[in-house]
Each structure stands twice: as structure tokens, then as C-alpha cells.
Design a protein around this ligand. Structure first.
Ligand SMILES: Cc1cc2nc3c(=O)[nH]c(=O)nc-3n(C[C@H](O)[C@H](O)[C@H](O)COP(=O)(O)OP(=O)(O)OC[C@H]3O[C@@H](n4cnc5c(N)ncnc54)[C@H](O)[C@@H]3O)c2cc1C
Length: 250
């Protein structure tokens, strides 16, 4: 079956992100030169300073540390949502240059858990629908001359939102805070929420100091969703605490 599930890897990140952020912030308030500041930052744990900085709301130093993720096994529907985050950088697998008629089978796609939960019959119907769309796609590739990207770029119009895509995403720490606020929230759609929590876990493993309290807005105060609140702030905080505890144990 070509159904796939989301996979998130943290490929690269700024080394010692707390030190870099602390250095940027201290430079704002000090007469000392950069080398002295650097030595000072490297010789002392920056946990307290970082916490104070975040409480102050002085957020621009957070922009100096970046994190790059490889995300695969996600739908074009997720792509439409994640790329709305304009402060992030993206490289996305092309449906023009990468044709979706594979010798070994059919295009990969995402099976929504709610459809899976309907049972085997519903799942079978979904697979058949994907298979039909693959046939439509193949027909158009042939009708358009089977000429690589020239054919792919129009044949892809009959592919579904469910089709798999892959991407590299880079966000700085300040943008990650905003992204996690919106996308780890229970109001976010299930697929991007699942990806956001995976990204958060990977970031917390790198820097518990920076990321321990990152997540949906309700981790750090009242839910801002008003009448649309999920009403599960307590459970969400427990999930976040459990994640921190399991990371601390590793
Ligand atoms: C639950 C949910 C439902 C949604 N439903 C819809 C929907 O139905 N339709 C729809 O179109 N979108 C929808 N969205 C997407 C949403 O409107 C935003 O486009 C998306 O969440 C990106 O947020 P952002 O613009 O704050 O983030 P980013 O683009 O990451 O920007 C980060 C911050 O930078 C600042 N910023 C960035 N660019 C500008 C700018 N040009 N001018 C001023 N400030 C800027 C803002 O403060 C912004 O919050 C939904 C999002 C969520 C979480």
C-alpha cells in the first residue's frame, strides 16, 4: 500500500543555541566587546538569563538560532498550511520535476486517521479512489506526450490533496515559538498538529532551556481561543509535562 505516515527529522541546528541567543541579548546591554562577551557566555550556564530574557519579551535575539527539519510522509494539504508561515524557509519536492507515475507502483498518499477509524471497507474504498486518480494521472501524462515536466505540470492537476510531499523547513527560534503556539494547539488540523508536536519534541531534546515552555498558548496562560476553546488546557499541559519528563529521563 502506498499510504505513508509523517516523519520529521531535525537535520541541523545552530550549535549551542542558548549561548548564541544570550550573546546577542547581552551585546544589546553591554560596553564589552564581542570576544569578552563570548567568553563570558561560554563560561557560565545561561539558563537563568534566557528565562529572564523570555519573561521580558525581548525576543529578537531568538532569531539568531535556527533549526532545519526534513519532513516527509505528509500531504499537499499540510503543505498549504505550513507554507503560510512566512518567516520560515522551505524547499519542497516538485510535482513537475518528480513525476508521480512510478515504475514500482503508484503515488504515495496520506490516509486520514478518521477515515481509517471507519473500518476496512472505508479504507478499501479510499485506496481505490487513490488508484483511480493514479489512472487519471497516467492517462493525462500519456495524452500530453509523456515528456517529463512538460507533461507532469498539467497531469498533476488531477492529483488529490492527499498526495505525499517532502520538504526541508528552516525556522528561527522566535518563529518556532509562534508556529508551536498556533499549530500545537488542539484547534489546529490533526496532521500539522502532529508534525508540530514532533518538531517541538526534537527541539526540546536539543535545548530544554529554550523550548520547555514552548507549545500551544495554553501552556503559559489562559486559552486565547475564546468560544472555540477545546476546554482541554489541563490535559494539554499534562501532555507537555510528560514530554519534558520523558526527555529528562533519556
Ligand atoms: C486553526 C487555524 C485555522 C486557520 N484557518 C485558515 C483559513 O480558514 N483560511 C486562511 O486563509 N488561513 C487560515 N489559517 C492560517 C492563518 O491565517 C495564518 O496564515 C497562518 O497561521 C500563519 O500565521 P502567521 O501569519 O501569524 O505566521 P507567519 O507568517 O509565520 O508570521 C509570523 C508573524 O510575523 C508577523 N508578520 C508576518 N508577515 C507579516 C506581514 N506581511 N504584515 C504584518 N505582520 C507580519 C505577524 O505578527 C505574524 O504573526 C489558519 C490557521 C490556524 C492555526
Amino acid at each position: 500500500m502506498p499510504a505513508v505516515t509523517p516523519k520529521v527529522e531535525l537535520l541541523r541546528y545552530s550549535p549551542n543555541p542558548e549561548e548564541l541567543i544570550a550573546l546577542a541579548a547581552k551585546l544589546c546591554y553591554s560596553h564589552a566587546d564581542v570576544e569578552d562577551l563570548r567568553q563570558g557566555v561560554e563560561s557560565k550556564d545561561q539558563t537563568k538569563f534566557i528565562k529572564r530574557l523570555m519573561d521580558m519579551g525581548h525576543e529578537s535575539p531568538l532569531e539568531h538560532a535556527s533549526f532545519t527539519f526534513a519532513i516527509s510522509g505528509v500531504s499537499r494539504s499540510l503543505l498549504a498550511q505550513i507554507t503560510r508561515h512566512r518567516i520560515a524557509s522551505f524547499s519542497v519536492q516538485s510535482q513537475r520535476y518528480v513525476g508521480q507515475r512510478h515504475e514500482e507502483g503508484e503515488f504515495n498518499y496520506i490516509l486520514p486517521p478518521a477515515i481509517e477509524a471507519l473500518g476496512q471497507e472505508a479504507v478499501q474504498k479510499y485506496h481505490e479512489q487513490m488508484h483511480t486518480m493514479q489512472q487519471w494521472y497516467n492517462e493525462w501524462v500519456d495524452a500530453l506526450g509523456n515528456a517529463g515536466e512538460k507533461s507532469n505540470e498539467d497531469a498533476r492537476f488531477v492529483l488529490p490533496n492527499a498526495a505525499e510531499t517532502r520538504m526541508l523547513v528552516t525556522m528561527n527560534t522566535r518563529e518556532l515559538a509562534h508556529f508551536f503556539n498556533l499549530r500545537c494547539c488542539n484547534r489546529a488540523q490533526w496532521e500539522i498538529r502532529s508534525v508540530a508536536w514532533q518538531m517541538l519534541e526534537l527541539c526540546r531534546k536539543v535545548s530544554p532551556v529554550l523550548f520547555a515552555n514552548y507549545g500551544p498558548s495554553c501552556l503559559n496562560g489562559a486559552c486565547p481561543e475564546g468560544a472555540k476553546t477545546c476546554g482541554l488546557a489541563k490535559e494539554v499541559r499534562a501532555k507537555s509535562d510528560a514530554l519534558n519528563a520523558s526527555i529528562a529521563e533519556e
